[in-house]
Design a protein. Structure first.
Length: 122
């Protein structure tokens, strides 16, 4: 296997690991879901971790709750229609076991991280 294929397999495995049922996410906060599924690439503050995931700094202007939910469902499809993501790194789809209400909490947390990074720049 090539290094790129191994990296994609690892990232995909990390994004889908953690919980194996929707009920496991029902009581988690957006921050807790983010800690399970996102920090290994994006870091705890959304600044990216060792070049694995993209930083959220400067990205808030591109995202609404609805567009981020759509992106997390199928990042590759969304990238095809979003020019600002053309150079973005691979992002796996959100774990299929995360139910809609939990996805909403996760998106709220991610948008909050983006807002915090923007506020810190001023």
């Amino acid at each position: 296997m090539t290094l790129a294929a191994l990296t994609l397999a690892l990232v995909g495995g990390l994004a889908s690991s953690g919980c194996d049922s929707a009920s496991a996410y029902e009581q988690l906060s957006g921050e807790q879901i983010y800690a399970r599924l996102c920090t290994q690439c994006h870091g705890t503050e959304g600044r990216a971790l060792h070049g694995r995931g993209g930083s959220y700094l400067g990205k808030r202007k591109y995202w609404t709750r609805a567009t981020l939910l759509e992106y997390l469902e199928d990042p590759q499809a969304y990238k095809r229609k979003a020019p600002h993501l053309s150079a973005a790194k691979y992002m796996p789809p959100l774990n299929r076991y995360v139910p809609p209400a939990a996805r909403e909490r996760l998106v709220g947390h991610v948008l909050g991280l983006m807002d915090a990074l923007e506020a810190g720049r001023r």
